[in-house]
Design a binder for this molecule. Structure first.
Ligand SMILES: Cc1ncc(COP(=O)(O)O)c(C=O)c1O
Length: 405
């Protein structure tokens, strides 16, 4: 398989981008769906922001270096990558905080309806944020398995909140169909794009989506704790009211008025002072993904994950795949169910093959195509086959649970 892998790498139009990322020796990184790699341009950009813009220019940089517009500027760069207009996306806060703002805003726009519908097993923070609003008496949480979602959309539902590509299985929802179904029931829709943005083609405008959120530290390579992004369809911007009425969302923050008046556009989603270092790092990651192009990344990610499956098969490894077998029906990942997934994952990490484990029994391998070679995939499959075949995962050290899995 290694020969075939090298042939594929030789013909890969994205191969040249690998060198734009820091490549730690001896590591095959299959976790870009959790924390993306460091782009090589990021340290220099941060050095400039820290030493020159902060160190020398100090507070003048809010104007002279354009700090003040960074959330809008980075948001506008993310917009075309998720099928949105530049004025509909802003980079700010965490995904969780953006969920809070947009769930609350959606509920306020559907007075008389309190139900926020989602699916059991959605990413915990999405479910927890609904629960928090339920405790405040604003929302009622309703969960329905994905095949019953359309039926659960009744006249009480204010908002349908779903994660486009499931964090565990990678299964992708039909965004257009579910958005249509929600609208027909009089509900709004909020899509969590954390596992799609920068990896899969997303068409928010074309699907008529109302709201979306997503992480900056996964496929956008913005770094640990990078700011997230939020999307509001242009048609909702004039009326949207978000609950975190901090001064940066004010229409004139530097008028220092006693009374809150929301900004007219997407900047009304801001709350406090934007994290400039985080935004600067995120901008480098977003620029790089935009340069490569999401469609090309998606094509390569499908080829990588299919090649991984072929490599496993060639070595007689038969694992229980919980991701869809159709590469078009899944995100940029393959997840396998195994009782000993945690120990297997640790044994792989000890060999330099970094994937992750999702409780209770999922080994999750991400295929971020910007920096992975087919050769890495063949090697990762060989390591997995050896770990399983030798029983090496049974070593006691691989059963020690760390805080982050
Ligand atoms: C689908 C999904 N939503 C939200 C989050 C969490 O976002 P944050 O930590 O930025 O609040 C994650 C993190 O992995 C995720 O996978």
């Amino acid at each position: 398989m290694l020969d075939r892998a090298r042939e594929f790498d030789g013909a890969d139009p994205l191969a040249k981008y690998r060198d734009r990322f820091e490549l730690p020796a001896g590591v095959i990184y299959l976790d870009g769906n959790s924390l993306g790699k460091l782009p090589k341009d990021t340290p220099a950009r941060l050095e400039r922001v820290v030493r020159q813009e902060w160190g020398q220019d100090l507070i003048r940089s809010w104007n002279s270096a354009g700090w003040i517009d960074m959330p809008q500027r980075v948001g506008a760069k993310i917009a075309p990558l998720i099928g949105a207009r530049p004025n509909e996306v802003i980079a700010c806060d965490s995904t969780s905080v953006n969920l809070f703002k947009l769930i609350s805003a959606a509920l306020a726009m559907r007075s008389g309806r309190k139900v926020v519908l989602s699916e059991p097993g959605n990413f915990p923070t999405d479910l927890y944020m609904i629960e928090g609003l339920e405790r405040q008496g604003i929302a009622n949480r309703r969960l329905a398995p994905r095949e019953q979602l359309a039926k659960a959309l009744d006249e009480d539902v204010a908002l349908l909140l779903l994660t486009h590509a499931h964090y565990k299985t990678g299964e992708v929802f039909d965004m257009a169909a579910l958005t249509r179904a929600a609208h027909e029931a009089g509900a709004l829709v909020l899509w969590d794009l954390s596992h799609s943005g920068g990896a899969l083609p997303v068409q928010l405008n074309e699907c008529d989506a109302d709201f979306a959120v997503g992480c900056g530290y996964k496929y956008f390579n913005g770094g640990p704790g990078a700011p997230a992004y939020a999307y509001v369809a242009e048609r909702h911007l004039p009326d949207l009211q978000q609950p975190l009425t901090g001064w940066f969302g004010h229409k004139a923050p530097f008028a220092f008025s006693d009374d809150y008046e929301a900004a007219p556009g997407i900047e009304k989603l801001l709350c406090g002072t934007p994290p400039i270092l985080g935004l600067a790092a995120l901008e480098v990651g977003v620029d790089l993904i935009a340069e490569i192009g999401v469609d090309r990344l998606h094509e390569k990610s499908k080829a990588l994950s299919e090649f991984f499956r072929a490599c496993l098969q060639a070595q007689g490894v038969n694992l229980d795949l919980v991701s869809p077998t159709d590469p078009d029906a899944r995100g940029s990942q393959l997840s396998f169910r195994h009782r000993e997934a945690y120990a297997i994952c640790q044994a792989l990490i000890a060999r330099g093959v970094i994937g992750d484990f999702r409780d209770p029994d999922i080994l999750r391998l991400g295929f971020a195509p910007a920096y992975l070679r087919f050769e890495d995939i063949a090697e990762a499959a060989r390591h997995l086959a050896e770990v399983l075949g030798s029983g090496e995962w049974q070593r006691a050290e691989f059963r020690q649970r760390a805080a982050v899995t």
